[in-house]
Design a binder for this molecule. Structure first.
Ligand SMILES: [Zn+2]
Length: 358
């Protein structure tokens, strides 16, 4: 049943979301991307749907599509919550904001990164003034992380070099080198950008609007690609036990994992949760990423490389592009009922706890 909430492309996902939001009397705001387009030149949007009494002091925010094709998961959950009447039930007491497709370009084209090859969850540095975070381990691996070609010989070389690094330094060190974020290679993977992206500016303007008068806020940013198949881990970038994360722990207890300590993720730079926790620090806030596992990490990384290569060097409209996009999509969105069922059940459990604490 829950499989119906999920879609097979960005446009279908957006239509379902808009339809359900309207049926639930949501107040809509749709911001069209000023330059980037989707397949067939179609417009791309970041959409905001708000529900409930605007004078309520408590706010729940659910964000989908920070990382392109991870949006299938988040969008499906947003649509499911609307369709099952949960948003309308919860919004009798609190305010709810659903932000659909934080990175609509990546969602529509099946790449984790945005129209400028930026990883949005590395783009939320407090400042882009020098010195930017350095990642020398990435610099050493860049050639293999972002290969010039996807031919078999190159990809075999990529794999053996990355595995050699993992064998020498351990798999967590490889994961950290590749994914913690880098600001020196615009053509590379997990690139954080040289300034705030359109998505960041648009999201912040939405937050400025929805947080007026709010005293308590929970933000759930939906992700996929790390962890065991269908399991949902609660991730934060600030250390557990810090003042900023106290409310997270009040809600989810020891289920909260910090990327600073031990989690399915490496320690990251420029993350959304850390940025929002500080920017809206006057509000009692709990801001986290809900990360669902899909397939093994090396295949997820390969699909990340492929998505990025297609955008940077390939031809998105060439006949080979469909296969590459499908490969990338499958890694972040296993289209199986077993997976979507687990995602739905776990999301409901985590989000219900948030609502009960608002
Ligand atoms: Zn993600």
């Amino acid at each position: 049943m829950s499989a119906n909430y999920f879609s097979s492309d960005y446009f279908e996902a957006r239509n379902k979301f808009l339809e359900e939001a309207a049926r639930n009397d949501g107040t809509m705001k749709s911001i069209v991307h000023p330059s980037a387009k989707g397949p067939e030149g179609r417009d791309l949007h970041m959409d905001l749907a708000t529900f409930g009494d605007p004078n309520s002091k408590s706010l729940l925010v659910i964000i989908s599509g920070t990382h392109g094709p991870e949006g299938y998961c988040g969008s499906g959950v947003q649509t499911g919550l609307l369709r099952e009447g949960l948003i309308s039930q919860w919004s009798e007491r609190i305010r709810i904001a659903l932000i659909h497709a934080h990175n609509p370009y990546g969602f529509a084209w099946d790449t984790r990164f945005n129209e400028d090859n930026i990883d949005l969850n590395r783009n939320y540095l407090a400042s882009f003034e020098a010195p930017l975070p350095q990642n020398p381990a990435y610099a050493a691996l860049h050639k293999w992380a972002a290969p010039q070609s996807l031919d078999d010989e190159t990809m075999a070389d990529v794999q053996s070099n990355l595995l050699e690094y993992a064998n020498k330094n351990g798999f967590p060190a490889l994961q950290a080198a590749l994914s913690s974020g880098q600001y020196q290679f615009p053509e590379g993977v997990y690139y954080g950008g040289s300034g705030p992206s359109w998505s960041r500016n648009t999201l912040i303007s939405m937050f400025d609007e929805i947080t007026v008068g709010v005293e308590k806020m929970v933000v759930v940013d939906m992700h996929t690609g790390l962890g065991s198949f269908g399991d949902g881990e609660i991730l934060i970038s600030l250390p557990t036990g810090s003042k900023e994360t106290a409310f997270c722990e009040e809600i989810w207890g020891d289920e909260v994992h910090s990327t600073k300590v031990a989690s399915v993720s490496a320690d990251l730079s420029g993350t959304l949760d850390e940025f929002l926790a500080h920017k809206y620090g006057a509000i009692k806030n709990a801001i986290m990423a809900l990360e669902f596992g899909t397939i093994d990490p090396l295949s997820v990384f390969k699909s990340t490389q492929i998505g990025s290569w297609l955008h940077r060097r390939g031809d998105k409209n060439a006949p080979y592009a469909d296969k590459l996009r499908q490969f990338s999509r499958d890694a972040f969105y296993p289209q199986r009922e077993e997976w979507s069922g687990k995602v739905w059940t776990r999301s409901l459990e985590v989000i219900t706890k948030a609502v009960n604490n608002l």
